[in-house]
Design a protein around this ligand. Structure first.
Ligand code: COA
Length: 605
């Protein structure tokens, strides 16, 4: 079928639907629903068999849904309606939630239901849940709805009271800051956590910290620290710890409330955001070894089971600043000093990595210098992985990975990826050539032509497609909550394989051969020469694209590479030369566009 995705942004769920529908053999185009861009005209141009809206913040106009079958993905169970479904579910402490695919009609969320799928709600932030359990449920529901529609025989279930299995409709309003507000003198840790999680990663909870208004982003329990309710108790790795009535919580990031007439604000590590306002507080080191019984938070943790070491890390938004990269490199070196034969990197849940930290770079006095420091810090980490010759390193990709974060995974000997992860192995949408030794690792895995195609197309891909290409070695088909345990089991099996010691010896010999021929440093130097040129050129598209990204500016039109994606084929063609002509068109148009008018892609804020 030819399916048109209509979305407010090409966000993680839209990308996931995009890649999986393509994997299922459909041709898929994307049209962003933007103000001043008549949607009806765009839909007519695509002439789709079906319009599907995975994430749409506006209503589909009557002239579209009256002329084409239009399915809406609603992040709530059957009968749920309203713009803040998931926020309410978390804030109210639901332990199960769901996703419903319904037909667009005049009233929002009121159409007949084509599929509805439930999921569990673990104690995580809203965005993490949205990219994890909710995205899995959404894909099951979408694929079922599409299959039912294609069959031509299925009758969708009406929501009206006349239906035999009538489920009462529940409409919940927009969840605004007055309801999200934390009462530090009254709210328990559990209540505070529910409020923080319901607002994470957006819009955050508006609060007063150190005499100014901030949105709090992220929230994790702390079991060992106590203080007067609302008091700041400590810092750790850029996060602040704040006392509740019966415990404390860690808050990793803050965003300043935007003042009228001022530019948009964006999230930064909490301690950095507060700067001089932060009182003198103890910087508490993370516990040495991850102990699941200890209620605390750390963004980097190490644990060991037999001859397997697991170095897990979890940075908000998958962004890795210079400091975070350096801390992770220190932890990596310590992990390498342990007597293990397999080292797993990553592997809890949600984002693996999205590369350099664009917010921290943008907030720096000298963004070019900070970009340079950040890319070098990532490269140092990648180098450490590439030159680990005394054990096998596995990158465990629990969730989405992009740009330099994807290339970090490719430095490992094996890449294991959760089936639901969406991968974006490209840089050019940020106007960057890229580093992280990708010129060594990417062609080594997929060949030069495919590497070139992936970078040029700049499209997301599923774990399954990545596996077909050789980008990923193993697809782990499980829910987000089971990934870490499944990886642990597989890693133990890998460590016990009789062939593993000889593999380790072979990789050492291979690296020595490589160093005698074209040393790794040469790859890095060539990449960084290109990156430096970009960073140091104030007119380079990167700077405008980065600003647009951190300020969350809306594009003015659907980026051309998404439009052309309709012509690319499915998984079957992913590795083949069949789409070479498409690649030429993509690189020929979108890249030109990018270098000519990056600012023109985005509306002014
Ligand atoms: N630096 C800073 N923040 C980043 C980031 C980065 N490299 N990558 C993602 N984020 C943040 C986003 O701003 C967003 O913040 P929010 O939750 O407050 O809105 C959050 O992480 C999730 O990202 P989002 O874009 O909503 O997720 P997505 O799954 O829809 O899209 C990407 C994922 C990776 C395609 C998109 O985030 C992206 O293009 N990131 C930039 C990648 C990049 O160019 N890195 C630099 C080159 S190495």
């Amino acid at each position: 079928m030819h399916i048109l995705l209509v979305a407010s942004a090409f966000n993680s769920l839209t990308q996931r639907v995009h890649v999986e529908l393509r994997d299922h053999g459909h041709t898929v185009a994307v049209e962003l629903a933007l103000p001043e861009r008549p949607l009806a005209e765009a839909v007519r141009r695509h002439a789709p068999d079906l319009v599907l809206a995975p994430m749409l913040k506006t209503a589909i106009p009557r002239e579209v849904w009256a002329a084409y079958p239009c399915f809406i993905v609603h992040p709530g169970p059957f009968g749920d309606r309203g713009p803040s479904s998931l926020d309410w579910a978390i804030q109210r402490g639901a332990d199960r939630w769901g996703v419903t695919v319904l037909q667009a009609v005049e009233d929002m969320d009121a159409g007949d239901v084509w599929a509805s799928v439930d999921c569990v709600v673990p104690p995580v932030g809203k965005s993490d849940l949205y990219r994890g359990e909710m995205a899995d449920a959404a894909l099951t529901a979408v694929l079922l709805a599409v299959e039912r529609f294609a069959s031509g025989t299925h009758t969708p279930r009406p929501q009206g009271p006349a239906h035999a299995e009538y489920t009462p409709v529940r409409i919940r309003p927009y969840l605004d800051q007055s309801v999200r507000r934390i009462d530090w003198d009254a709210d328990s840790t559990e209540t505070v956590l529910r409020k923080l999680r319901a607002a994470d990663s957006q819009p955050g909870v508006l609060d007063v910290v150190c005499g100014a208004e901030w949105y709090l982003h992220g929230g994790h329990p702390e079991g060992g620290l106590r203080g007067a309710p609302g008091e700041l108790l400590a810092t750790r790795a850029g996060a602040i710890c704040r006392a509740t009535t019966d415990g404390a919580v860690w808050i990793p990031e803050l965003r300043r409330r935007r003042a009228p007439g001022q530019p948009p604000t964006y999230k930064l590590p909490a301690a950095q955001a507060l700067g001089d306002r932060l009182p003198s507080l103890p910087e508490l080191a993370a516990p040495d070894c991850a102990d699941p019984r200890r209620r605390t938070w750390t963004d980097i943790a190490y644990r060991e089971e037999g001859s397997v070491g697991v170095l897990s890390f979890s940075f908000p938004g998958g962004a890795m600043s210079t400091t975070q990269c350096r801390r992770l490199l220190d932890a990596y070196r310590q992990a390498c000093a342990r007597p293990t034969s397999v080292l797993v990197l990553g592997g809890q849940r949600d984002f693996f990595s999205n590369g350099i930290h664009l917010n921290v770079i943008d907030a720096a006095q000298d963004p070019a210098a900070e970009s340079w420091a950040n890319i070098n810090a990532v490269d140092d980490l990648v180098e450490a992985v590439l030159t680990t010759t005394d054990r096998l390193v596995v990158a465990a990709v629990a969730g989405n990975a992009a740009a330099g974060g994807m290339m970090l995974a490719l430095a490992a000997d094996e890449v294991w990826c959760r089936a639901g992860a969406v991968l974006n192995p490209h840089y050019r949408l940020m106007g960057l050539y890229g580093s992280e030794y990708w010129t060594y690792t990417l062609p080594r895995r997929v060949g030069a032509a495919t590497a070139d195609r992936l970078l040029g197309e700049a499209l997301p891909m599923s774990a399954a497609s990545a596996h077909d290409l050789g980008l990923v070695d193993r697809v782990v088909d499980c829910g987000p909550g089971d990934f870490a345990a499944e990886v642990g089991r597989l890693a133990a099996r890998l460590a016990a394989l009789p062939g593993s010691p000889s593999r380790i010896a072979a990789k050492k010999a291979e690296l020595e051969r490589q160093e005698c021929g074209e040393p790794l440093a040469a790859f890095r130097e060539r990449e960084l020469t290109r990156m430096r040129r970009t960073f140091d050129d104030p007119d380079a598209p990167y700077h405008a694209l980065r600003r647009a990204f951190v300020h969350k500016r809306r594009p003015q039109s659907t980026p051309p590479h998404l439009d052309l994606a309709a012509t690319t084929a499915t998984r079957a063609a992913a590795g083949a030369g069949a789409d070479r002509s498409t690649r030429a068109r993509v690189t020929g148009t979108a890249l030109d566009d990018l270098s000519r008018r990056p600012d023109g892609w985005y509306e002014e804020s």
